[in-house]
Design a binder for this molecule. Structure first.
Ligand code: COA
Length: 228
């Protein structure tokens, strides 16, 4: 098995063990139907950080550092990639797009990270793009090493990210959480975040037809797409 298949299998195994039989069945049906139809359902969160910042509930004292594409990146790309989720080329690609990364360290060991996207052009799925306005930042692709999950490391990252963004004159953070990912859904519950909208996007292959629906707010208030 090559390294990217091994990475994929590892994260699939981890995810399945936390998702329960209903979600695992839904995920399996979605994979079987992939050649014909693929779909996503996300809750979209918009958090005003100008007055209040979500508090961390981490059980460890993690230190969070921020890196941009300007820093000596080769060693960092290797370090992030060695955590097992992303290939070095994908890490470089994200930096090349101008994204930032917040990395949590425990006793100098990187244990988790969160990406930050500060401008538009970011795809949610199937040619549907985030509208990211001035003063807004998208939190994306959070990851904590499996051995360190369940200790609130993500909440420490989240808190540090909100403080960093506020210092840099950002006032809203955005995020999408798949409804099929209970680990991530629990993060929003911990912070009692309200769902800004729920988005359903499906693509019917062959005819290349995309269905987009939102609940709770108009889709075009946060996403753009080309009319087909
Ligand atoms: C989602 C993720 C970043 C959460 O990080 P974390 O630091 O473990 O977050 P928390 O400690 O707050 O735990 C969140 C939930 O994970 C689950 N969890 C608890 N212990 C766990 C463990 N040992 N292993 C895996 N998941 C665990 C629980 O559902 C927990 O919710 P709870 O606190 O209400 O019980 C992490 O699970 C992860 O990297 N998952 C894989 C990538 C992913 O799904 N990213 C999200 C993209 S939006």
């Amino acid at each position: 098995m090559n390294s990217s298949s091994a990475r994929r299998m590892g994260s699939v195994r981890q995810a399945l063990s936390w998702r329960g039989p209903v979600i695992v069945t839904l995920l399996a049906v979605r994979e079987i139907m992939r050649p014909l139809l693929y779909w996503h359902v996300w809750h979209i969160f918009e958090t005003d950080i100008s007055h209040q910042i979500p508090q961390p509930y981490g059980k460890e004292e993690a230190e969070v550092k921020f890196y941009t594409a300007d820093e000596g990146l080769e060693a960092l790309c290797q370090q992030i990639s060695a955590m097992g989720e992303l290939e070095p080329t994908e890490v470089s690609r994200r930096f090349a797009k101008g994204w930032l990364i917040a990395v949590a360290f425990l006793k100098a060991q990187p244990v988790g990270y969160m990406w930050l996207v500060l401008s538009g052009g970011m795809e949610l799925a199937f040619d549907t793009y985030w509208i990211i306005r001035s003063g807004e930042a998208l939190r994306y692709g959070s990851f904590v090493l499996p051995a360190f999950r369940g200790k609130g490391i993500h909440s420490i990252l989240n808190h540090a990210v909100a403080c960093y963004l506020r210092e840099h004159n950002f006032h809203v953070t955005l995020a999408s959480v798949s409804v099929l990912n209970p680990q991530s859904m629990s993060l929003a519950r911990h912070n009692k975040r309200a769902i800004a909208m729920t988005v359903f996007i499906a693509r019917i292959r062959g005819v290349n037809w995309t269905i987009r629906k939102s609940f709770g707010a108009p889709l075009q208030s946060r996403f753009s797409w080309r009319t087909e």
